[in-house]
Design a protein around this ligand. Sequence first.
Ligand SMILES: Nc1ncnc2c1ncn2[C@@H]1O[C@H](COP(=O)(O)OP(=O)(O)OP(=O)(O)O)[C@@H](O)[C@H]1O
Ligand SMILES: [Mg+2]
Length: 257
Amino acid sequence: METTNAPAVSGRQLVTGPTPTLLELQGIRKVFYTDEVETHALSDVHLAVKKGEWLAIVGPSGSGKTTLLAILGLLDTPTAGTFLLDSKPVQDLSPADRAHVRNKHIGFIFQSFNLIGDLTVFENVELPLTYRGMAPSERKKRVEQALERVGMSHRARHMPGQLSGGQQQRVAVARAVAGDPLILLADEPTGNLDSKNGQAVMKLLRELHQSGSTLIMVTHDPAYARLASRTVTLFDGRIVDESSSPGGEGQTLLPSA
Ligand SMILES: Nc1ncnc2c1ncn2[C@@H]1O[C@H](COP(=O)(O)OP(=O)(O)OP(=O)(O)O)[C@@H](O)[C@H]1O
Ligand SMILES: [Mg+2]
């Protein structure tokens, strides 16, 4: 059963039109205040992402990529500006409502996997569904499907420490998709992986995109950014460039196996 105090964000069945705008940032600003120092991490960011898009975010270290992803994922709030998620403003939600929207609609994949070390693979993927109040039988079905999808069913009873980095990241992808989120956010998902495992994870992300997921990915790797349908470049907290990939999801950049 879902929690009852659902905030003002509709489920995906209410999204209409062929390519609706799923999220939109208008004039977003983020200032961090520490010891009398102001850091302007994001300044006047305008960004719209359509359902089914694969957006890459690139830019030098400190340019605001993780800050932007944290705002998009409702992990942090902007200092100013409007954030529309599925046409509903979410920048002023209470922390509890924000957590609810985040848990229901957003899937996260982090550079450092962020699996819980003393839970099994199965339990790690199941945990966000438990937080959501989902019935055990439904949870089991979803976890099994998600692990199947990333090719990790045979490791369901393993602990994260018994897996390779690439396998841990595949489990993290399973955790992110098990709840069928509106949006998948990935912050340098290949950053801690060697190139072979990095390519395997990118192949998985490409498959998710091809099956309809909306994906926003921070990457330092230009070859991976070209797989996305669109790339925005941040510099000093501002979007300074935006480009569409000529070939869309550059199919040839990844090996087929
Ligand atoms: N919690 C915080 N408190 C104070 N300043 C912060 C905080 N988080 C980020 N910043 C600052 O905001 C700016 C943007 O940081 P952010 O982590 O978004 O950069 P990034 O583009 O993700 O960099 P990287 O490629 O190194 O991961 C930096 O100057 C950073 O020092
Ligand atoms: Mg970062």
